[in-house]
Design a protein around this ligand. Structure first.
Ligand code: 5GP
Length: 173
């Protein structure tokens, strides 16, 4: 069997330009208020690292872990694999996701974090795949809307590989 070919869907430069725009929008909306960025492991680590460099405010970085995917199909179940280190009560929270696909993860996390009485919870998602949505949730800051394709790179994996690619790519069998 031949190995799959990797094709670039969104090149690194385009990603960086869009993230700078998202940063501007976030700065304007929060007006310099302190923010807690909650990165959803592991897929969001690269997006979070680039986005946070455009935010002009005091930020705290937290990570939360969930699991819902096996291979390229969703199990439909969300599990918490890592919780926050510190409380978020009275804080402005920006949840940072790699991709909103079915919406199950985001829906679960938004509910869970809201119960901890933060001042606000908003969502920054690098990607949005609206055609696959099973629950009506939206990102407040979305990098790119994409078609129903399984993407890798820029933090996103296929069986834990390819996260280090600097472009967003697709695997062509
Ligand atoms: P959900 O279906 O709950 O909205 O998304 C759950 C998670 O599935 C995402 O955070 C992401 O890690 C993973 N996922 C969804 N679509 C893709 C995709 O096209 N590529 C990769 N690598 N992961 C995806």
């Amino acid at each position: 069997m031949s190995s799959p070919r990797i094709e670039v869907l969104i090149p690194h430069d385009e990603i960086q330009k869009r993230i700078a725009e998202l940063g501007k929008q976030i700065n304007a909306d929060y007006g310099g208020r302190p923010l807690v960025l909650v990165g959803v492991l592991k897929g969001s680590f690269m997006f979070l690292a680039d986005l946070v460099r455009h935010i002009n405010a005091q930020v705290r970085i937290e990570f939360i872990g969930t699991k819902s995917y096996e291979g390229t199909t969703t199990s439909g179940q969300v599990q918490l694999t890592k919780d926050l280190d510190k409380p978020i009560q009275d804080e402005d929270v920006l949840l940072v996701e790699d991709i909103i696909d079915t919406g199950l993860t985001l829906n679960y996390l938004k509910h869970m974090l809201s119960q901890r009485e933060p001042r606000s919870v908003k969502v920054a998602a690098f990607l949005d795949k609206p055609s696959r949505r099973r629950i009506d949730v939206k990102g407040d800051y979305v990098g790119f809307t994409i078609e129903d394709k399984f993407v890798i790179g820029y933090g996103l994996d296929f069986e834990q590989r390819y996260r280090n690619l600097k472009d967003l790519c697709i695997l062509v069998p």
